[in-house]
Ligand binder design. Structure first.
Ligand SMILES: [Zn+2]
Length: 81
């Protein structure tokens, strides 16, 4: 998808509607978790991706309570003295 710029009004509860063409392009369905990041004066929305809490890797993940840790980090932790 090429760069898209669409203006939406924020409602009284602080909500905006993500345009349907953007939702379709990113496969955002009702109930999809989105991460909201403040980057300077910009707000960035992205689909939440399971990733290692320590290094950000998205592969070889094991769940630990409410987060994930990758196999490489587990190995590094196990080698700590
Ligand atoms: Zn890791």
């Amino acid at each position: 998808m090429k760069s898209v710029r669409i203006t939406r009004k924020v409602d009284e509860l602080g909500r905006i509607v993500i345009p349907s063409e953007i939702r379709k392009h990113l496969d955002v369905e009702p109930g999809t978790d989105l991460e909201v990041e403040l980057r300077g004066e910009e707000v960035v929305l992205r689909k939440t991706v399971d990733a290692c809490r320590l290094c950000g890797s998205e592969s070889g993940l094991s769940r630990l309570d409410d987060c994930y840790v990758c196999a490489d980090c587990i190995k590094r932790i196990s080698e700590l003295k």
